[in-house]
Write a protein that binds this ligand. Structure first.
Ligand SMILES: N[C@@H](CCC[C@H](N)C(=O)O)C(=O)O
Length: 293
């Protein structure tokens, strides 16, 4: 029997947004795009929307470093559902005995807190509505205000939709465009408009596309076509972005349940520009395994 190099992993999900979680505290993993793509592949690999990596913190006072890779192999800045799974993972593995941890990500430190087993609240830091933060090239576009939120008139040609579309942009450390609809988005709309906007030239680093439909002031439906993945059953930063957009528009209260195909996340935000966005929801281990490299 030939010897095989084995990569141990944990499969997790947060509201159906699924992850392969790797422990790289010793820095030994070679996290090349090819490996990420193989792990994420639903037919030839484990299957995941994102690969999450646990590393040691680089600054004193922080507990861990958290790296995130989309299924297409690209490293990205932030992942909300992943943040809850990250906290549950380091707790389950006994890597910390703290209830609340400080976790380094590319845009800054986030603070997940275990509320109870498999239920995590995360301080995701502030939202930004500045185009440059995504980045989004807004030059020359018409703008209007919806409540306190700027909307941009974006020319789109996406098969089903060939028109000017009013959109808002939000950075949760990673880029989001939010489209407000009167009714929940159809599959066709999410696929055609999602894929077109994800790589629209106005978003040079591509974008996550959220389709928001408000039910009442404390509840909204959301579908997200994620950058580097396609539509997922839930997107945590997408829920934060859509919720704060809806709050700024005056349509949602300061605590809202965002309902997605895979589950519901609760988002809280005071509305002050510098205040942090809080996200609460599930984080579940599914299985552990060994991947043959
Ligand atoms: N599923 C995530 C977001 C993951 C990253 C995103 N696709 C991006 O490219 O920015 C979440 O729960 O936030």
């Amino acid at each position: 029997m030939p010897s095989r190099t084995i990569l141990r992993f944990t499969k997790m999900h947060g509201a159906g947004n699924d992850f392969v979680v790797l422990d790289n505290r010793d820095g030994s993993l070679n996290l090349q795009p090819e490996l990420i793509k193989r792990l994420s592949d639903r037919h030839f690999g484990v299957g995941a929307d994102q690969v999450l990596v646990v590393e040691t913190a680089q600054s004193a006072g922080n507990d861990f470093r958290y790296r995130i890779f989309n299924a297409d192999g690209h490293e990205v800045q932030q992942c909300g559902n992943g943040a809850r799974c990250f906290a549950q993972y380091v707790t389950d593995k006994g890597l910390t005995d703290k209830n609340s941890i400080r976790v380094e990500t590319i845009p800054g430190v986030i603070e997940p807190q275990i509320i109870r087993h498999n239920w995590v609240k995360v301080n995701m830091g502030p939202a930004s509505f500045e185009p440059a933060a995504l980045p989004f090239v807004a030059d020359g576009l018409s703008m209007r205000k919806f409540g306190g939120l700027v909307q941009y008139k974006l020319p789109v040609d996406a098969g089903l939709v060939e028109q000017d579309l009013w959109v808002s942009v939000v950075s949760m450390g990673n880029p989001h465009v939010v489209i407000l609809l009167d009714q929940p988005a159809s599959d066709d709309l999410v696929q055609s408009l999602g894929s077109t906007l994800e790589s629209h030239p106005r978003f040079p680093e591509r974008v996550n596309v959220g389709f928001l439909c408000v039910v009442d002031r404390s509840r909204a439906h959301l579908r997200v076509y994620e950058r580097g993945v396609g539509e997922t059953l839930a997107c945590g930063t997408g829920a934060c972005a859509a919720a704060v957009a809806g709050m700024k528009m005056g349509l949602l209260s300061d605590q809202v349940d965002i309902v997605k195909a895979g589950g519901t996340l609760t988002i809280q935000w005071s509305g002050n520009p510098d205040s942090d966005v809080l996200m609460t929801g599930p984080a579940q281990t599914v299985f552990e395994g060994e991947f043959y490299l």
